[in-house]
Design a protein around this ligand. Structure first.
Ligand SMILES: [Fe+2]
Length: 417
């Protein structure tokens, strides 16, 4: 994708800043200093993957381009260990997930890559994973694991038909047959959502126009006329014939927080971007700090076919997370980042009404808490969040996790922060 606006992003290749390439791979580093204390029983590996261009780019460059680089921190028995920095996971530079005993690096234009953490903290890339040749399309960076069933749900989008393909992976790691989803044109679909019984797809008005490459126009085009479409499919459907589509006002969405069922309605908690033209997206790619997304509740009534939406926050909120044990089920708290000149973590209480008349984020209404992320300690000129997750190989293996979403737990407040 060669474009003058995009090429200007090559500033990220030269730094300084968090997007500048890291050329050295480092070994595990033990005996890290601890400021404060580590919660008792917190054991696991915190891993991050992000773009790190190991090889020279051949055309335009943007800040989320580049090979996937993984680095991490192991916390075991109260001691932290800086894990190896590992190159070599292709363009799977967006997120990591752990399913059926496999740690996967993911990027939406590629297939998963299996990584391995050795006993001494060394990280290794095992290789591309295609589920015994069952996977013939790309794999979203945001699959959903239902912790109640152990299944993983995923999809991939493509520039040629079928433009979207839905897959279910059993708890035993077996990938079921593809379910092609009909879209009118190739569509950027960064995320989706599941509930106990449904899967929600987003057909939003940001489309790929591959032929634009010939005329050196932008490959991504925003259709200001098209509605935002949400498809709700029974999640074990083997075809799309039972899909129900709902329409809401034009928008774009990168990340959903969660979804669940409430009577006849399917509820989606999401970060909605109000964009008006293609340039908004081009500008956003050029300047990732220029975010305007807001937390929204969307409802899709399976009985009468109507959709509605309600704003839950001021701008600019994204990278929402909920307790992974509640993905697809009703939950109360959403953790997200406020993206701007300074980055904050914010905690929303979905049981409380939002106070939208304010000019800035403050505790009150549905805002339970917010805290500044002190990334400047790492000499970053700007702060920026990512799709990082704390990866645990066991469900609810700590007191912290067990208390996370239980408002009536006696020590819940202690651990919810
Ligand atoms: Fe993402």
């Amino acid at each position: 994708m060669h474009d003058s606006k995009q090429t200007s992003c090559s500033q990220y290749l030269t730094g300084p800043g968090i997007f500048a390439p890291v050329h050295e791979e480092t070994p595990p580093h033990p005996n890290l200093p601890v400021n404060g204390y580590l919660p008792e029983g917190l054991n696991g590996e915190f891993l991050m993957v992000g773009p790190n261009p190991k090889f020279m780019h051949v055309a335009g460059y943007h800040w989320y381009d580049g090979d996937g680089m993984v680095h991490g921190l192991r916390i075991k028995d109260g001691k932290p260990l800086l894990l190896d920095v590992s190159f070599g996971s292709g363009t799977c530079n967006t997120s990591l997930t752990y399913h059926h005993g496999k740690l996967l690096a993911l990027g939406e234009m590629d297939k998963p890559y299996v990584l391995r953490i050795l006993e001494d903290g060394d990280l290794q890339t095992v290789g591309m994973f295609d589920y015994d040749k069952q996977l013939e399309h790309s794999f979203t960076a945001h699959p959903k694991i239902d912790s109640f069933t152990g299944e993983m749900f995923t999809f991939g989008y493509a520039l040629t038909p079928p433009y979207c393909t839905y897959r279910v992976i059993s708890k035993d790691g077996y990938m079921l047959n593809p379910v092609p989803i009909t879209l009118s044109e190739p569509t950027m679909m960064h995320d989706f959502a599941i509930t106990e019984n449904f899967t929600i797809f987003m057909d939003l008005p940001l489309n790929f126009r591959p032929t634009n490459l010939v005329t050196r126009e932008k490959i991504l085009a925003f259709d200001a006329i098209k509605k935002a479409r949400f498809g709700v499919l029974p999640r074990y459907s083997t075809s799309e014939i039972h899909m129900r589509w709902f329409e809401l006002p034009n928008c774009f969405i990168f990340h959903n927080a969660n979804a669940w069922e409430d009577g006849d309605e399917v509820v989606l908690i999401t970060c909605r971007l109000e964009i008006t033209d293609s340039m908004s997206i081009v500008n956003w790619i050029a300047n990732p700090f220029d975010f305007t997304s807001e937390l929204y509740e969307m409802r899709f009534n399976m009985k009468n076919g109507l959709a509605s939406q309600k704003k839950l926050s001021l701008p600019s909120v994204d990278f929402p997370r909920v307790n992974n044990n509640y993905i697809g089920r009703r939950q109360r708290f959403v953790y997200a980042t406020i993206v701007g000149k300074r980055t904050w973590i914010i905690k929303f209480d979905l049981h409380a009404e939002p106070l939208l008349g304010r000019k800035k984020f403050e505790v009150g209404g549905n805002i339970k808490e917010h805290r500044l992320i002190q990334l400047q300690l790492l000499n970053y000129p700007k702060e920026f969040p990512s799709d990082s997750i704390l990866s645990s190989r066991q469900r609810s293996n700590s007191k912290l996790k067990q208390s996370f979403e239980q408002p009536n737990a006696p020590d819940a407040d202690k651990y919810q922060s």
